[in-house]
Design a protein around this ligand. Structure first.
Ligand code: DAH
Length: 361
């Protein structure tokens, strides 16, 4: 564009007066300006109005105009000059507004669009069951104790009436750390620890102990080397099997709702005498249900605390008695939610786990 105004001037009005010349520049600027960018307008401004611009140099020749006409010519020429300046200004601000609008359009944020959903976790279903069991027993005056996963052979076995050479130790294939220390195979280990410290003058000992236990079980792919248990123990005066039965009934009803039948089967555990295994019906039953239609699932072992176990904690079995139970919360979750494959709990499949999202979380 450089010099285009000047060339046009020389061509169109080579010998024109000052007024003719500034008007010619005005015509040219009004022609060219609408097609220019902001940068082009700035260049045109310099070419027309800058220190060395065509208008500036035309105005310089005012000194050659006869003195009596100079004022009039000067005023007219300045008017044109101002028109040119006004045009360039307004065109530039038009373009700036257009540019701003384009930018706003490009950066537009639609605040009504749905946001990105952030996935949140939820308590694992087994933890939910454990929480529910804890809440129930706490409401019945039990204390909750957790203990350590590394336990002594003494508390895990010997104090549970399982001396070193006892054949029943084979039932619990053990991870030993050294001959005296092991990964606990049963939460029953907390029984003697609590009996040792409880002051029976103040009332009965009522405790549950939830936690993780370990067994080697390396020859069986359907068993996990680590699983959950909840131990329960009540020791006091005149504690009977009827108390055990009532306690278990309230536990099952609280967890599963009414209508699940319960049955006791005789069993053997070294730390209880008599010992039982307890089954709960998978299905809801009533008086009209035929026995063969009841689907039983074993949920826990239990019994009356063996006198030897009491004696080893310095408790007189003539004065005191107790019941104990050990349950698997995964079995409970299976009944409660109708889950038929225990491996679902450990596979970390979000589609499975999400079904147990708690409403009030
Ligand atoms: N500790 C036993 C186990 O791991 C479960 C058990 C059975 C616990 C009977 C008890 C009980 O307290 O009385 O197989």
């Amino acid at each position: 564009m450089a010099n285009s105004l000047e060339n046009s001037l020389n061509e169109a009005v080579p010998n024109g007066t000052i007024i003719e010349k500034v008007n010619q520049v005005k015509t040219d600027v009004f022609d060219i300006a609408p097609g220019l960018s902001i940068k082009g307008l700035d260049e045109l401004r310099v070419e027309a109005l800058g220190k060395k611009g065509v208008i500036t140099s035309i105005l310089k020749s005012l000194k050659d105009v006869p003195a009596d006409q100079r004022k009039e010519v000067g005023a007219a020429a300045n008017l044109v000059r101002n028109e040119i300046e006004a045009l360039l200004d307004s065109r530039k601000s038009e373009l700036e507004i257009e540019e701003l609008n384009a930018q706003l359009e490009a950066e537009k944020l639609d605040v009504t669009r749905p946001g990105t959903q952030i996935k949140t976790g939820t308590k694992h279903v087994l933890q939910q069951i454990q929480d529910q069991i804890e809440d129930l027993f706490v409401s019945q005056g039990y204390q909750v104790v957790y203990g350590n996963e590394i336990e002594t052979d003494e508390y895990n076995f010997e104090r549970m009436n399982l001396p070193k050479d006892h054949p029943a130790r084979d039932m619990q294939d053990t991870f030993y750390i050294n001959p005296e220390l092991l990964l606990r195979t049963q939460t029953s280990a907390m029984q003697a620890r609590m009996m040792d410290v409880h002051d029976f003058e103040t009332g009965p000992l009522k405790m549950i102990s939830p936690g993780v236990v370990y067994r080697r079980d390396d020859d069986d792919a359907t068993h996990s080397h680590q699983f959950h248990q909840v131990e329960g123990l009540v020791v006091g005066k005149n504690v009977t099997m009827a108390d055990l039965k009532g306690t278990l009934l309230s536990l099952f009803e609280n967890l599963f709702g009414k209508g699940h039948a319960m049955r006791f089967r005789p069993s053997y555990f070294p730390f209880t005498e008599p010992s039982i295994e307890v089954d709960v019906s998978w299905n809801i039953v009533d008086d009209t249900t035929k026995p063969e239609d009841i689907k039983w699932i074993e949920v826990l072992g239990a019994g009356m605390v063996h006198p030897n176990v009491l004696s080893m904690s310095g408790i007189d079995p003539q004065k005191y008695s107790g019941f104990a139970f050990g349950l698997g919360p995964d079995r409970f979750a299976m009944i409660k939610y109708g889950i038929d494959d225990i491996r679902n709990f450990y596979l970390d499949d979000v589609r499975f786990l999400e079904q147990f999202r708690q409403v009030n979380e």
